[in-house]
Design a protein around this ligand. Structure first.
Ligand code: 1CP
Length: 323
């Protein structure tokens, strides 16, 4: 999950040597190192590539900065800028990522999986339109209503470049692909269909047309019942479930045997102690069918290393030492 490394001293040590966050993502030696760190420390089953969903806008020719304490800052895109996006060269321009994958695969144990990823076109579009993370995405939603054609063109640019990016990641050696649609909440069913389902379905069909058969996990975070339509209509292999969804209830609505993952509350991981023990047990007790234990969202810097160990021991061996 995003920012998983920030609670690890070994991550912070490498982070300090990087000029800025984007330079960090584009330095394969460092990016490979921090990709491997959580697996080396915790013996997790999979590593997630160190990169960011906002590299694609850079490939498309937009300016992206990460400012400490603020987060991502982009120059908000206007309808007239959309035709200038460099769709055909976008996935090539961010090629250091493929070098990172090569390096990770050479060092990762054969029984561990490497997860590559991209952002969902709608989620990436919200940053490109609003220029930063915003609480309710109202500016981007208005843009979708009021500049409908420009929005469709922007989503198409993101769809084509993201598909190419995932294809390249698979060719470079990732085992699983994941699409982070982090801002899937609060969309009407019509908007959800147009902004999320349609582009995601197209990405997956382009990836399959290229002969890539790796599993694809979709994460329409906070989508409520729209997530059920997403699971049925996009051709994802599996679904990542946020914190706000009961695993036993959603299972009844998913295609039979579709694997799902999530949904431990990241805040419980921060609180620790009995709160965390109970939250982990609830995930274990409510998951039915194929389920991959994971959080419902990202890890924050204040998470205690002992508690991550405790969660893993609890899941694998039935009990962990929570602090
Ligand atoms: O060191 C630092 O301070 C930078 C923090 C950081 C990290 C480690 C950011 C800034 N991105 C990342 C890496 C990242 N991002 C990964 C690699 C795995 C990992 O290290 O955890 C992944 C998978 C992402 C994906 C990502 N980036 C998402 C989708 C997943 C999610 O969490 O919802 C999103 C929305 C982003 C945008 C982003 N990147 C970083 C920030 C601060 C933000 C903005 C988040 C917001 O708007 O709230």
């Amino acid at each position: 999950m995003r920012q998983a490394g920030r609670h690890l001293p070994e991550y912070l040590a490498v982070r300090e040597t990087a000029k800025d966050f984007i330079d960090f993502c584009f330095t394969p030696e460092k990016a490979a190192e921090v990709t491997l760190q959580p697996v080396e420390r915790y013996d997790m089953d999979a590593a997630i590539l160190f990169a960011d969903i906002l590299l694609i806008p850079i490939g498309l020719g937009r300016e992206v900065k990460f400012i400490k304490g603020v987060g991502p800052v982009l120059n908000p895109i206007e309808p007239k800028d959309i035709a200038k996006l460099t769709i055909n060269s976008a996935a090539d321009k961010i090629s250091p990522v493929y070098d990172t994958i090569n390096r990770v695969k050479r060092r990762l144990n054969k029984d561990k999986a490497l997860i590559g990823f991209c952002g969902g076109p709608w989620t990436v579009a919200t940053y490109m339109i609003e220029g930063r993370g915003s609480p309710n995405k109202e500016v981007a939603k208005r843009f979708a209503y009021e500049n409908s054609e420009a929005m469709n063109d922007l989503l198409e640019a993101l769809t084509l470049s993201s598909a190419e990016y995932l294809i390249n990641q698979a060719k470079a050696g990732v085992d699983v692909l994941k699409i982070f649609e982090s801002w899937a909440e609060g969309l009407s069913p019509d908007l959800f269909e147009r902004l999320v389902i349609k582009p995601t379905k197209k990405i997956i069909s382009l990836v399959r047309d290229a002969g890539i058969d790796n599993p694809i996990i979709g994460f329409p975070r906070g989508a409520g019942l729209n997530a059920v339509r997403y699971a049925k209509l996009t051709n994802v292999t599996g679904l990542a479930i946020g914190t706000d969804t009961p695993l036993d209830t959603v299972r009844d609505y998913l295609p039979e045997n579709m694997p799902y993952q999530g949904n431990l509350d990241p805040l419980a991981l921060r609180v620790g102690g009995d709160v965390l023990r109970k939250a982990v047990q609830t995930v274990i007790d409510t998951a039915r069918g194929p389920h991959i234990f994971n959080l419902g969202h990202g890890v924050s810097p204040d998470v205690k290393i002992e508690n991550v160990h405790a969660v893993i021991n609890h899941v694998r061996m039935g009990e962990g030492n929570y602090v």
